[in-house]
Design a protein. Structure first.
Lengths: 324, 323, 277
């Protein structure tokens, strides 16, 4: 399978009053075309910052370090001109934000917000763009699409609003879709509907999706690949089977124990004790060491090298060094 | 939207009732007997009978208790009978209506000027937050808020009328000249003075609004759609920044009215303000009351219109959901 | 934010420090006005309308009174009226604001409608009209000014009370059965202090500005007492030959009001970390 996106040595830091916060620290990964890849981690682990870097949405006080490279179809997008960025955003890659209520302009009707994207990128008559907008709303399962085009965000329910958000992102058929916690703000039942709809569209269109979430539960039968992030680092990545059935990092194991499961009824849910480290002064060693139950003396002194367990299953943990 | 209009209308009427009670109390508590002119032997030698006096009181609405008199008076006001001026015995209404256009013109020009200047300045300052251009604009707006308008007027007269002789220092027309240009020349300084305070308030408001809107997530959505940044500013941010100004203009109507009174007195502009100050000096209570009522009505209508306009411009309110 | 951090932010901002120093100088100067060799009210026709000189550093007015000395004494009146009006406004505004926010429901409705009425009338016009009936003295003036500026304090205080009401320590006190009056005095009002200080600073600025406008129109401080505003009123006739008579009091008003406005605004930014960023 082809690689559509390749992130190399990405680091992002934020200059604040409290000092430099290293939100993302030198991470690398690849996204395969036509697959769903989930980036999983607690809030503040850098997953959202990573997705914003891919969209080129890091603004002051955030800075993407000079060594960072992000290749989209073999072009380093971090060297793009403003014009190229505009072209890439929308046609190459597009994004679904967590809270559709704030992510949609409250004083502009839905139709205009969709057609705006079409009209910016393509020279088509407004009428045609409007028809395309209706088609997109129908695609994401919004009934009465022609009428709803003229309505404003506050007239939609939470779930419908998120569908609108997805419709806007899917317009112009971008090659890569980033969904940043697309269902977190919604009720559980609506969450399931939306995920089902996204799955359908992904399958029929063969879309590449990066799903950003803190909830391993929604990842299970959606993503083919999973990247686990902690404190600005990628600590483990692999196929869905690798992560769910053969987790190698204690943090991944802890995350899995925190997901409610139907198949194991007697087990009680566990929480991960402690809090992630302060990113203004990240520890030298493994950042999870302080909360890890299997900690070794070396863990606090040096960050573990990447170890490839099986093809595509990589982990950064001292426990996996040598003895496997 | 309908509910919104009804609610605002009710509120406006309520305030109007309060104001009218206040205005009525001016007459009610005013010292002296309104029939003095007819009863005092010093004024008239004809001695009226008690019956005639009673008829006269009836005619002037002076009989009955406070409530009856208020209702009586309010009815007359509503019918357009605002009484006679105590000092010159001319109808109050015609005198006020004569002067009203002058004040409205002054206010309108100042408001227009404020809006025209404050929108670009406010947007600039907000967009370039904490850069040098923002520091300059914010500094000037602080000055504008703290400037005593009448003093600023005097300073402008000293510089531009007395020393440079660019503009006349007082009045609205040169005697014997009857051209629009002449009125405009007389109006330049008063309009500038009247607009300073409002401009400063608007600039600060638009600035903080712009800063807020720029950080909103919908801006990020628009950018991630591939919309060029300038177009995002024009198409999304601008409208949401400028919407609340409508409310702001409505809220500042009061300052504009009192400001125009002060400016008129500095520049001898023949408007409601000078009429009102003259009336107060000569204790012309009917006149004071008439002007007070009118000023409040202008203010309330301005507020109401601003709210209405905002309601139409913001879809969230238009569809009956208040923020 | 804790008090230490606030203090640090306050003193790290050049603007706030400059304004504080300027205000201290102005207040001290007006307090120390009696040290001036001239009597502010002594008429000396021989020295009337003098230019700037060594003996009269800012010249004299139409009655030969020293302008500098009069400006210092005028500052006493202006600052005093402004301060007193602010105090009255803050007391009324805080009381109504906390009660309105704390009680909620109908009480809140009625209070806010009253605030609306006050906000939607042209204040200065009303003050002038009422003032023409009332005995013209400082007490009336202060109360008239305060009667139209308490509304702003009330709004701020109400909004803050609404958020404080939901805070744990207030909820806890409520659950323990502490009387409402005690909760308001012990828990709500002390925590409103920062917001009240900001409102007070802006309110002084407004009161001084309004007082000067009233005095300028002849409805404020009454002769022989002089404030900066009434000095301007009498200076108006001499602007052609002796403009400094008008420049001095106006500049004093401008600087004082500016300092209070800037201070109030900066304090607000320090209190609201969202704006600092």
């Amino acid at each position: 399978m082809d690689t559509i996106l390749k992130v190399e040595n990405l680091s992002v830091l934020f200059r604040t009053y409290a000092g430099e916060v290293q939100a993302v620290r030198n991470i690398s990964f690849e996204i395969e075309e036509g697959n769903v890849t989930a980036i999983v981690g607690e809030s503040g682990c850098g997953k959202s910052v990573t997705s914003k870097s891919i969209m080129g949405l890091i603004n002051k006080p955030g800075i993407v370090s000079k060594e960072s490279k992000i290749f989209f179809q073999d072009e380093n997008i971090l060297e793009y001109t403003e014009k190229q960025w505009e072209n890439y955003r929308g046609q190459g890659c597009s994004m679904v934000f967590q809270d559709a209520l704030t992510a949609l302009n409250p004083t502009m009707n839905i139709g205009k917000q969709i057609t705006e994207k079409i009209l910016v990128h393509k020279k088509v008559p407004k009428k045609e763009a409007w028809q395309e907008g209706i088609r997109m709303l129908e695609l994401v399962g919004i009934p009465n699409a022609a009428m709803r085009m003229k309505q404003y965000p506050h007239e939609f329910s939470g779930g419908m609003r998120q569908r609108v958000m997805i419709a806007i992102a899917l317009t112009l058929n971008p090659k890569l879709l980033i969904a940043d916690e697309p269902t977190t703000a919604l009720d559980v039942t609506i969450q399931a509907d939306i995920l089902e709809m996204m799955k359908d569209i992904q399958k029929t269109h063969g879309m590449t999706i990066i799903l950003i979430t803190h909830d391993l539960g929604i990842v299970a039968n959606f993503a083919q690949n999973i990247i686990v992030m902690y404190a600005g680092k990628v600590v483990e990545k692999g196929s869905s089977e690798d992560i769910f059935y053969r987790p190698a990092h204690p943090y991944t194991e802890a995350l899995l124990r925190a997901v409610p499961r139907l198949d194991v009824s007697e087990e009680t849910l566990e929480t991960i004790e402690g809090a992630p480290p302060n990113m203004a002064k990240p520890p030298i060693g493994c950042p999870f060491a302080a909360r890890c139950k299997k900690k070794l003396p070396v863990c606090e002194q040096k960050f573990p090298e990447k170890a490839e367990l099986t093809k595509g299953h990589e982990v950064c943990c001292w426990l996996q060094k040598g003895d496997r | 939207m309908k509910d919104f209009i009804i609610k605002r209308l009710a509120q406006t009427l309520l305030v109007l009732v309060f104001v009218s009670m206040f205005a009525f109390s001016i007459i009610y508590f005013s010292p002296g007997d309104p029939l003095y002119l007819y009863t005092s032997p010093a004024v008239s030698s004809y001695k009226m009978t008690e019956e005639q006096l009673n008829d006269m009181r009836e005619a002037l609405g002076l009989n009955g208790n406070v409530a009856q008199r208020y209702v009586n008076w309010a009815g007359k006001m509503l019918k357009g009978d605002w009484g006679l001026s105590i000092s010159n015995h001319q109808p109050v209404k015609t005198q006020i209506l004569d002067r009203l256009p002058n004040t409205i013109g002054l206010m309108g020009a100042a408001l227009l000027l404020s809006i025209l200047i404050s929108i670009p300045l406010g947007l600039l300052a907000g967009y370039y937050k904490n850069r040098w251009i923002d520091n300059i604009i914010s500094g000037i707006s602080y000055l504008g808020i703290s400037l005593p308008a009448f003093w600023f007027g005097i300073m402008l007269i000293i510089v531009f009328s007395l020393h440079l002789s660019w503009f006349p220092s007082a009045g609205m027309r040169t005697i014997g000249v009857n051209s629009a240009m002449d009125v405009i020349r007389h109006g330049v300084l008063p309009v500038i003075v009247l607009s300073v305070n409002n401009t400063a308030v608007f600039v600060r408001y638009i600035r903080s609004n712009t800063i807020e809107q720029k950080e909103e997530e919908y801006v990020m959505t628009a950018i991630s759609k591939g919309v060029p940044k300038m177009r995002v500013l024009r198409g999304h941010v601008l409208k949401n920044c400028l919407l609340p100004i409508i409310t702001m203009v409505g809220m500042n109507f009061g300052t504009l009215i009192t400001g125009s009174f002060i400016v008129e007195s500095v520049f001898g502009w023949p408007g409601l303000g000078t009429l009102c100050l003259d009336a107060i000096n000569s204790r012309d209570y009917t006149m004071i009351m008439g002007i007070t009522m009118l000023a409040c009505m202008v203010l309330l209508i301005g507020n109401f219109l601003a709210d209405l306009l905002y309601g139409f411009a913001d879809p969230r309110i238009k569809q009956g959901r208040e923020k | 934010m804790d008090k230490k951090a606030m203090k640090k932010l306050f003193f790290s901002n050049k603007m706030t420090v400059v304004c504080t120093i300027l205000l201290i100088v102005i207040i001290l100067a007006s307090l120390l006005a009696p040290l001036s060799p001239y009597d502010p009210d002594a008429v000396n026709v021989a020295e009337k309308l003098e230019e700037v000189s060594k003996t009269h550093i800012l010249g004299t007015d139409e009655l030969g009174r020293d302008t500098f000395t009069r400006a210092l004494y005028g500052g006493r009146v202006s600052l005093m009226v402004g301060f007193a009006a602010m105090c009255v406004a803050v007391v009324i505004g805080t009381l109504i604001g906390t009660i309105s926010g704390f009680k909620g429901g109908k009480v809140d409705m009625v209070c806010m409608r009253i605030v609306d009425v006050f906000l939607s009338v042209p204040s200065l016009l009303f003050i002038i009209v009422v003032y023409s009936f009332m005995p013209r003295n400082m007490v009336t003036l202060v109360f008239m000014l305060a009667s139209f500026s308490w509304t702003r304090v009330a709004r701020v205080v109400r909004a803050q009370t609404l958020t404080l009401k939901e805070r744990d320590f207030v909820l806890a006190a409520n659950a323990l059965g502490v009387r409402q009056k005690t909760i308001i005095w012990r828990h709500i009002i002390p925590n409103l202090m920062p917001q009240i200080i900001v409102a007070a600073s802006l309110s002084i600025a407004n009161a001084i500005l309004d007082e000067s406008a009233l005095s300028f129109l002849g409805y404020g401080v009454q002769l022989p007492m002089a404030s900066w505003g009434s000095m301007l009123q009498s200076a108006q006739q001499y602007i052609l030959h002796n403009p400094i008579l008008a420049v001095v009091p106006g500049t004093m008003i401008l600087i004082t009001v500016l300092c209070f406005n800037v201070l109030g605004d900066m304090l607000q930014q320090i209190l609201d970390p969202k704006l600092v960023k």
